[in-house]
Design a protein around this ligand. Sequence first.
Ligand SMILES: *[C@@H]1O[C@H](CO)[C@@H](O)[C@H](O)[C@H]1NC(C)=O
Ligand SMILES: *[C@@H]1O[C@H](CO)[C@@H](O)[C@H](O)[C@H]1NC(C)=O
Ligand SMILES: *[C@@H]1O[C@H](CO)[C@@H](O)[C@H](O)[C@H]1NC(C)=O
Length: 270
Amino acid sequence: MDSSLPLPLPLLAFLAALSLAISLSSAGSTTAAYPSIPGAGADDCSLSGGDGVLIPPRREVHGNGRIFDISHKYVPEMPVFESNDGLGHFLWLQKSMKNGSIANNSEMKIPTHTGTHVDSGFDVDTLDLEVLNGPALLVDVPRDTNITAEVMKSLNIPRGVRRVLFRTLNTDRRLMFQKEFDSSYVGFMVDGAKWLAENTDIKLVGLDYLSVAAYEHLIPSHEAFLEGREIILVESLKLDDVPAGIYSVHCLPLRLVGAEGSPIRCILIK
Ligand SMILES: *[C@@H]1O[C@H](CO)[C@@H](O)[C@H](O)[C@H]1NC(C)=O
Ligand SMILES: *[C@@H]1O[C@H](CO)[C@@H](O)[C@H](O)[C@H]1NC(C)=O
Ligand SMILES: *[C@@H]1O[C@H](CO)[C@@H](O)[C@H](O)[C@H]1NC(C)=O
């Protein structure tokens, strides 16, 4: 079948709904169907590919500067916890029109804690969408320390603030754009996590690397956050180039019944 023939839209929508059919533009190659995307952080503003085909641009900011995409792109080079190899090949064209199928249809395989994700510690389908959506504060934390009780105190986050995204040295170091896992990332020390749970009204905690808990305090910090079953942790947020301040955050995990984590799409709206 000639791949330039338009597919009827209802069929496309149906296929997308059926199995997360994902269509990416092509340039360079990891496989012919799924190119690696060089400079995953950079904007690709190309409006047309070869053969005069229209390719919509990738964007980090939408709506005339009002809507910030704070989820990372899923690319083979993205880091994975405690691995030097990155995510690797995770997406492939299972059914291809070039191969006689009536439509292109991709499949993927990723750990649930890949890229920007929620770490619920328990059934992700039970998470309260009200906590994941609403007014939020994006704050910069001091760059010379992990997040301790002392640091939490110094941030002076008022009572009543329920959602806070913490931007750290991790963003400056662009750790999410480097394939090798780096255990020296900044995160919450156990006293910082406890202080937050006991002295603030924060129920949504977001951070800019693979874990909200510092590597040194991985388990105890997670426990301090999760034991009350009220605080939701969103990890690996992309907080580059977003001014600190007050936003409306919108985060939606997949309804993966029984999974303790899920990829999550998060945006900030001014
Ligand atoms: C289907 O996949 C092929 C191979 O990647 C691509 O060249 C073609 O443009 C795709 N067609 C549609 C309608 O997605
Ligand atoms: C195309 O079809 C052949 C034969 O069934 C199969 O071996 C091959 O993997 C298919 N390739 C794609 C990209 O679907
Ligand atoms: C944060 O803690 C990690 C260990 O979990 C350590 O390697 C790193 O140097 C600390 N970062 C800062 C800025 O203190």
